[in-house]
Design a protein around this ligand. Structure first.
Ligand SMILES: *Cc1c(COP(=O)(O)O)cnc(C)c1O
Length: 395
């Protein structure tokens, strides 16, 4: 009785295997809401698939996953400007640094942590090895050293190093836009950075990249055989094929409502006879959350205008469907329930039925994840109606 994510796990895992062939040594990105699956679930799966290195979004996500999973390397993608704590004195983390301020902050933070002589780490006498990636600014203009700064980065690193903190540059990192930048331009930026790094002595034996096609990736590895390229993959790994997943919501209650009768949180009046259908999933699950889309072209703009006019009359189209038709919200979604309006005369679902729901996977949180049963685990006695096996309740 919940908002459920059904996953064809076998197909999904074989996509991960194919990805390894297309992008050898790729780095799975596990961050945010875990692309709808949850970070813990994704971490379980990549460990089982034999991956040793992952990238997470924030230092908090690194702390969370380190409690339950053990990876060789965890790249923290977002630059850090908050304080660190004792739990952060761990090897294996790699911080992304894209400015002198970020570098200073990170080193100073570790310095403060290590200046406390009671720390177990300090007692070993060995300096703490702080692993970083040099973030190269791309056309994205989101974080990253300017190409003109490349010559100064090593000096800035030496400036913040001490007896307690040693900095190791694990490589370069660049993040490209998804669209609007052709491969020649991406190649040029990579080439400029590799050249600049070589000239000034920055370690550039490894470079982390993103948003490239397999052909483009191969092209890079041929062009710079001395550089080990690693592809970071999030959406294209977890959500590349929509046919692997189904998202559904259980009908929890159905109540008749007469025209003019009041109902719900807002005690609005029903504008016609019909049915109120309560389904699982509300704001806490990301229902009703839309991220601002950039409209392109007349058709998209007209569509937005029509919806805006509907909104003026408190009519909101919901992401739930029944028999192929999009349904209307009766009122704004609650925390874990949404109330839909079915006008009388239309087919109405029964309690316990499941309605398909379309959610944005990067903002959705599901109550349950149900994966196809593994063939080996099928004992034959399992009930046929049972669609799958609840492997993991996503917190
Ligand atoms: C999130 C992120 C990725 C993965 O992005 P997707 O669009 O989800 O594939 C790659 N690189 C960086 C730096 C990121 O922050």
């Amino acid at each position: 009785m919940s908002l459920t994510l059904y996953l064809n796990r076998r197909a999904w895992l074989s996509h991960m295997e194919e990805t390894e062939k297309r992008f050898p040594g790729f780095i799975p990105v596990i961050k945010g809401n875990g692309y709808g699956f949850g970070n813990r679930y994704l971490a379980d799966e990549v460990l089982q698939a034999g991956k040793e290195d992952i990238a997470v979004g924030t230092v908090d996500e690194a702390r969370q996953l380190e409690k339950t999973h053990s990876f060789r390397e965890m790249i923290v993608l977002t630059p850090l400007l908050t304080e660190l704590n004792v739990a952060d004195l761990v090897p294996g983390r790699v911080y992304t640094v894209g400015s002198r301020e970020q570098l200073r902050h990170l080193a100073a933070s570790f310095e403060r942590l290590l200046s406390d002589d009671r720390r177990a780490w300090t007692q070993t006498g060995a300096p703490f090895r702080l692993n970083i990636l040099i973030k190269c600014r791309s056309a994205m203009k989101r974080y990253g050293f300017d190409l003109q700064e490349a010559g100064k980065v090593l000096d800035w690193i030496r400036e913040v190093e001490s007896d307690r903190v040693r900095i190791e540059v694990k490589g370069l990192s660049i993040h490209f836009p998804k669209t609007g930048m052709d491969f020649a331009a991406k190649e040029r930026e990579i080439g400029n950075w590799l050249e600049a790094a070589r000239k000034v002595g920055l370690p550039a034996g490894r470079m982390y990249v993103s948003h490239l096609t397999p052909d483009q990736f191969q092209n890079l590895t041929r062009q710079w055989p001395e550089v080990e390229f690693s592809m970071r993959l999030g959406t294209d790994l977890w959500l590349s094929d929509k046919s692997f997943i189904e998202t559904k919501s259980t009908v929890l209650d159905v109540k008749e409502v007469k025209r003019g009768e009041r109902f719900g949180y807002k005690q609005l009046r029903s504008y016609r006879n019909g049915w109120l259908v309560c389904v699982a999933g509300g704001t806490a699950n990301g229902v009703g959350l839309e991220s601002p889309a950039s409209a392109r072209g007349l058709k998209e703009r007209l569509k937005l205008t029509v919806f805006w006019i509907f909104h003026l009359f408190n009519l909101h189209l919901s992401p739930f469907t029944y028999k192929g038709k999009r349904l209307w919200f009766a009122e704004p979604p609650h925390m874990q329930t949404s109330v839909l309006f079915f006008p009388s005369g239309s087919p109405v679902p029964e309690v316990g039925e499941e309605l398909p729901v379309q959610l944005r996977m990067t903002t959705a949180t599901f109550d349950r994840l149900v994966t196809d049963p593994e063939v080996e685990e099928l004992s034959g006695r399992e009930e046929q109606e049972e669609k799958g096996k609840a492997l993991n309740a996503i917190p």
